[in-house]
Design a protein around this ligand. Structure first.
Ligand SMILES: *[C@@H]1O[C@H](CO)[C@@H](O)[C@H](O)[C@H]1NC(C)=O
Ligand SMILES: *[C@@H]1O[C@H](CO)[C@@H](O)[C@H](O)[C@H]1NC(C)=O
Ligand SMILES: *[C@@H]1O[C@H](CO)[C@@H](O)[C@H](O)[C@H]1NC(C)=O
Length: 392
């Protein structure tokens, strides 16, 4: 008999706790519903209405920077955007030690949210969760009425770049946040207290840039519609030179070196000379065109343009040199042939050979020294300037 009662009791206890659990669930559901009850809560009215501005604290964690594009002058950034504010209408008395409600993203439709926008964005998108109706959104309401609204966003934002020192340039891309409709009288943004509210993940990897730093700041801006707070995130980029070294500078240098080879070739073999000259000129043209294809059509001269132009000039002058040598060669041959008496015919051949060798080699001999000297001097000055600019 006692054992039977004991068994029944043991069986009942979990049922009771179950009932208690579901009772808590119902209470919480009711609470969530009551908090955003449309008859009491108007989500069009900001918190703290008529009593000072509502303060929004912000933190940003940058997850990834997927591209920095020179041709479009923009960058694409994927970040967690968290906004904290106090809405006294959402405060509640804790139920059974539950003093925080974590709600689904759909709940965002029921409460007031700040109308934060990115001033310099070209496009902005939210990410879907694995369930297609849900975005990556988190809402957490504390019993005190403090709200956390966190979303994961991908923004493509404008980033005007100065490419004068390209590819030795540094860029500063900004993300500027502001409220669209609420001036500082109604809404103020702050970076959340603490050391760093704007943080970049360590895992960000960009193929042609390294990130040298980032900074957060806050300013005010006055427009005709009022004064607005602006939160500014700065990201500092430095271009990695490796790619440009191996794809542009080294090939350009070698093409110029190749164009000197004919100075050591037999000047009578003008076909080989002109063939090589035209090939190097065309190769330089292709190199210049392919380099500029991935850059915007800017009107000022970039550092890389100077180098490519110099390479082109060297190759072009080499071609002119071959032509000059060829011209004098032909002239000398014809004059010799005409001026020498026919009797001397057997002796003509050696005379022409020695003469032309001495005379024409004179241009080639000069070129063998002048061309490399000028180009190497240019390279030394160029690299010197480059290092000076990068270091300063
Ligand atoms: C926002 O930050 C301020 C300090 O800058 C702090 O006093 C306030 O409690 C914070 N508000 C919220 C809702 O976290
Ligand atoms: C801020 O950073 C400094 C060092 O960079 C550290 O000593 C300090 O404890 C940090 N403060 C907070 C509130 O995290
Ligand atoms: C970072 O921002 C602060 C203002 O918050 C500013 O004083 C400082 O100069 C900035 N640093 C850089 C490197 O831009």
């Amino acid at each position: 008999m006692w054992t039977a009662m004991f068994t029944v009791l043991i069986a009942i206890i979990p049922i009771f706790s179950c009932i208690e659990d579901s009772a808590l669930g119902i209470k919480i559901s009711n609470l969530a519903r009551q908090l955003s009850d449309e008859t009491v809560y108007n989500k069009d009215i900001r918190p703290n209405f008529g009593d000072g501005p509502v303060v929004i604290n912000i933190t940003i964690l940058v997850n990834d920077i997927s591209s920095v594009s020179e041709i479009n002058m923009d960058f694409t950034i994927d970040f967690y955007f968290r906004q904290y504010w106090h809405d006294s209408r959402l405060s509640f008395t804790p139920i059974d030690n539950v003093d925080e409600l974590t709600l689904s993203g759909d709940y965002a439709r029921l409460i007031w949210l700040p109308d934060t926008f990115i001033r310099n964005s070209k496009s902005l998108s939210m990410h879907l969760s694995t369930s297609s109706s849900q975005t990556n959104t988190l809402i957490r309401i504390k019993s005190s009425g403090n709200v956390l609204y966190s979303t994961r966003l991908t923004a493509t934002a404008n980033c005007p770049m100065d490419l004068r020192y390209f590819p030795g340039d540094r860029q500063n891309c900004k993300l500027i946040l502001a409220s669209y409709g609420y001036s500082t009288k109604d809404l103020q943004y702050n970076w959340a207290p603490g050391n760093k509210s704007f943080v970049l993940s360590d895992l960000i990897f960009l193929p042609t840039f390294s990130i040298t730093g980032y900074n957060q700041s806050c300013t005010e801006e006055t427009l005709t519609t009022g004064t607005f707070t602006r939160l500014i995130c700065d990201i500092f980029f430095e271009r990695s030179l490796g790619y440009y070294m191996y794809q542009i500078y080294v090939p350009g240098f070698l093409i110029v070196v190749i164009s000197w080879v004919p100075f050591w070739l037999d000047q009578e073999d003008s076909h080989a000379r002109v063939g090589l000259g035209v090939t190097t000129v065309l190769t330089m043209t292709t190199l210049t065109t392919s380099t500029n294809a991935s850059l915007p059509k800017i009107s000022y001269i970039k550092a890389i343009d100077i180098y490519l132009f110099m390479c082109f000039l060297m190759v072009f002058l080499s071609l002119i040199e071959y032509a000059t040598v060829g011209f004098f060669e032909t002239k000398r041959q014809t004059t010799k042939v005409h001026s020498e008496p026919i009797k001397m015919e057997p002796k003509i051949q050696p005379i022409i050979a020695t003469n032309s060798k001495d005379d024409v080699s004179w241009i080639d001999k000069m070129s063998r020294i002048i061309f490399p000297t000028v180009f190497i001097l240019f390279n030394i000055i160029y690299v010197g300037m480059f290092i000076f600019i990068i270091e300063s």
